[in-house]
Design a protein around this ligand. Structure first.
Ligand code: GLN
Length: 427
């Protein structure tokens, strides 16, 4: 059997209909690009990539580079320092608007060119080449293959980069730009000229969707940095159509003038489309339409409120031993359900097994809540036997019962660990 996902994508590409809009002409080389190309890709968090259309055609990443370079700037300089240079407010302006906050002098956000040029300048590295090398290295790790620069597009854009030069000089006058304007614009233009396919973009998006982690388990971006980037994409990624986009399509996204469009649904998928003709906002006309269709057909919307936590816990009695089986990824709501289950356990001295064999991740609050539940079972008299082969609880020391704390308190109860339920039953 072939998975229906591939057929769905082919049907989507075939049914997207007539194109409208114009290819970007302010970068001469882009005006040469075949405007009829069309491609789409979906990447799951465990590494499957489904594609349709001209999926192996390369095009330049352009503004889709901005969220990734912003991530590197934060990783290099720390969030506080980056926020001193670049704000995070939606501007409602076009991508290349010559605008800065009248009071602070900062660009309004890192997704418009002014903010993106400032982010590029904050990346550590020796001049334009040094910065671009580190930036390209990050993009490559995210894409899972070595990317390169489309030199022809780079030369072409640099030869007509007057507007970005104007932005860089303006940033320097207000003290927001680190470095020489010409060198920064050169590096920024090189970053925009990284050559990608929809496959690459979908895979890069899937890493953002997975909290900065690749399917191979490489934590490329710190989860807090990743969250900052996604937040800014959600509010500012689509420039002056950001509000319309978030309400109607609901997928944090970033577009580029070469016709690429990348979307991230946190915890679910990475999406990408490519079609060079652009609407008046500078977003790919058919790319936008494909995203609208995917949203409708697949129920993809950031604000779709789904209830989680219902089926994470159940209690069985295995050979006379009460066993609390926990399944799925644990965040606050799931861990609340789990400890509500623990609370049903009658007080007594019987052993109790906590089986976390089918839990892959638990965030910090979930870990603390479950450990506190274990401590309370122990206080009730139970000998708690823990099965946690992936170590999602970390060092399973419960702490003292103090719930409001920054760090895991020491000096609590440590349940006995077993590799599996059978040995936990045997005791
Ligand atoms: N390199 C382009 C520019 O700076 C990127 C703009 C875009 O993709 N929207 O003008």
């Amino acid at each position: 059997m072939q998975t229906p996902m591939i057929d769905y994508l082919h049907q989507l590409v075939e049914s997207v209909g007539e194109d409208g809009g114009e290819v970007a002409s302010y970068i001469p080389e882009l005006a040469q690009a075949d405007p009829d190309r069309l491609a789409i890709a979906i990447a799951t968090l465990d590494g499957e990539v489904y594609v349709a259309g001209n999926a192996d055609d390369e095009f330049t990443i352009q503004s889709i580079s901005k969220p990734f370079t912003y991530a590197l700037a934060i990783a290099d300089r720390g969030l506080e320092s980056v926020l001193e240079h670049i704000d995070v407010e939606p501007s409602g302006d076009a991508f290349n608007e010559i605008s800065l906050d009248p009071e602070t002098g900062r660009p309004l956000n890192p997704m418009i060119n002014a903010g993106a040029i400032a982010s590029h300048a904050l990346v550590k590295g020796d001049g334009a080449e040094g910065r671009t090398e580190r930036i390209l290295d990050l993009y490559s790790r995210l894409a899972g293959r070595e990317l390169s620069i489309a030199e022809d597009v780079f030369e072409s854009e640099l030869s007509s980069a007057d507007r970005n030069m104007a932005l860089a000089y303006m940033l320097r006058t207000v003290g927001t730009l680190e470095g020489e304007p010409a060198d920064v614009v050169r590096g920024y233009t090189r970053q925009c000229s990284a050559s990608v396919t929809v496959r690459d973009l979908a895979r890069m998006a899937s890493v953002l969707a997975a909290g900065g982690r690749t399917p191979q388990g490489d934590q490329v971006l710190d989860p807090a940095v990743n969250r900052q980037v996604l937040s800014v994409m959600a509010t500012c990624g689509m420039y002056d159509s950001a509000g319309d986009w978030l309400t109607s399509v609901g997928i944090p996204a970033k577009s580029g003038v070469a016709g690429g469009l990348m979307g991230v649904l946190p915890g679910q998928v990475g999406l990408a489309a490519f079609s060079p003709r652009l609407d008046p906002h500078g977003n790919s006309t058919r790319g936008v339409r494909l995203f609208e269709r995917m949203n409708r057909d697949m129920g993809l919307h950031l604000m779709n409120a789904t209830e989680s936590g219902r089926s994470v816990w159940r209690r069985t009695v295995r050979e006379g031993v009460p066993t609390h089986e926990i399944v799925g990824d644990l965040q606050l709501i799931e861990s609340e359900r789990v400890v509500r289950g623990f609370a049903e356990e009658p007080v007594g001295e019987s052993p109790v097994i906590i089986d976390l064999d089918r839990v892959h991740t638990a965030n910090d609050i979930a870990r603390r809540v479950v450990l506190e539940g274990i401590r309370r079972l122990h206080v009730d008299g139970h000998d708690v036997r823990l099965v946690d082969p992936s170590g999602v609880l970390g060092t399973a020391e419960t702490g003292s019962g103090e719930l409001v704390r920054g760090e895991q308190a020491r000096g609590g109860y440590v349940p006995t660990s077993f590799p599996d339920v059978a040995s936990a039953i045997a005791g």
